[in-house]
Ligand binder design. Sequence first.
Ligand code: UDP
Length: 576
Amino acid sequence: MEEPKLSTNALIVLEERYLRRNAKLEIIETPAEMFWRVARAVADADALYGPRSQVAATAERFYQAMAHLEFLPNSPTLMNAGTPSSQCMACFVLPVEDSLEGIFDTLKLAALIQQTGGGTGFSFSRLRPRGDVVHSTGGISSGAVSFMMLYNAMTETIKQGSKRRGANMGILRVDHPDVREFVTSKRDRRALNNFNISVGVTDEFMRAIEKGEKYPLVNPRDRSVWEHEDARRIWELIIQEAWDSGEPGLVALDTINRQNPTKHLGEIEATNPCAEEPLHPYEACCLGSINLNAVVTGPPEQRQLDWHKLGELVDLGVHFLDNVIDINHYPDPRIEDICRRNRRIGLGVMGWADLLFQLGVPYDSEEALSLAEELMGFVEDRAVEASVKLAERRGVFPNYPGSDYDRRGGPRMRNATTRTIAPTGTIGIIANCSAGIEPLFALTYTRRALGGRELKQEIHPVFLEEARRRGVLDDHLREHVVATGRVRNLPTLPEDLRRVFATALEISPEWHVRMQATFQRHVDNGVSKTINLPQEATPEDVESAYRLAYELGCKGITVYRYGSRPEQVLSLEGYC
Ligand code: UDP
């Protein structure tokens, strides 16, 4: 079996956590065997809908796409498909009911999910507020945040024995009486260290800010009004905290629910940890990403997108992820039920920054936005077409009746949703491409990951190639790139080169948000994006980004100001 061509970083990552081990913890499979294990396990679902003889051909196609790093499913699929655990989904949302039994039932389920490498998101908005009565004991409740601490401790305890560091998303509605405590809950940097937190904002709240009005905080236990809050004061608090530590993010609940095609199942209250997947309670989703480096053709000066190949990869991705729903081992029957009924999948892209480098298009340009529109519009049309074709052979998703597709005479879909832009934090390393739709953080950087092993990144190969081709690559340039990670500030370099090879902190927050919003227009789930801000950014910069994201229809927003957290994952060497 020919081994796939993998980078050193990819091999480190695979050896750390992905390749199977025996009881003595010795690695017992090669990367090629891993891709075959996954390909065969996932292709097996074809036999449910047609002759078993076609499984081998499908497995071959899945294998080739993965081994050539053209398409990769999310990490739990790579780790678990074809193993006894076989839990393949990365994203879960679990409901937290306002009862001790409900809180601890969900805590247990979350622990089991995290053991398999899945991330869990929760809305704590149904919990009665701090100070409210507990009838059974005659006491008072310790409130939503205290229970988040409990969940955080669970993750801390089990993370050593799990497939990867557990990740949680905690969401609280902005009209929950504990909102102030929630917004400031990460001031102590060690508290809630296993949580991302986001405030669930509503259209009503955003309007109240505009008008400078008060809005009601409502006790979820009995829907009574607890008190009235000044919307601007809460907004300012959110902005200040986000400026200070990057959190809380925002989740736009009304935008999410307006666009949810399965409204007939009730409201969506939460997302997965990186916020790219809004889900119903107990729903899970499997993600997969196409590596855009794989869909570029032509010599360096005439590179272009290979639309035909992109289309084929979209077909393959939809087929692959639809199969995962059938072969997946679900950690709970309630999760299995809604997953099988909605058949929600999340196909997206990674390597967007690499693609822009290859095409010579600056990330912060109208041309890049147009290309994003065209590219993701294409993925949208093709993914819908692929899902419709699957439905012709396999049937529509069981919750189709009553869905928006059904009520509005839309396409007869196999899957309630088909598209997500994932962070691709690890599969991007495996595929040796830039993460999701993020710009490069730097043209060279160090990344601390997985048990403290440091992964080194070389100077970006497209930059090297282009600088060499233009005859400007010398020791001085190399040293500058290694020392600062960027070239925009280098006056000796041709202007167009400086424009194209932009990095995250040189791109203004507005362009980050506009890029996110452009992809969001063609994505029926969410878009993972960090709006990077330089260290000297002001709270007003954070506010503008939050407002713009909401106005442009983003389903959520996360900012990160350089240096605002001591334990940051990415760092610029010599950045100042
Ligand atoms: N995730 C998680 N723990 C992690 C990283 C990711 O639980 O350490 C989950 C989380 O739900 C996240 C999703 O996986 O939103 C997708 O993340 P990413 O694309 O970075 O995962 P990859 O497939 O690259 O490992």
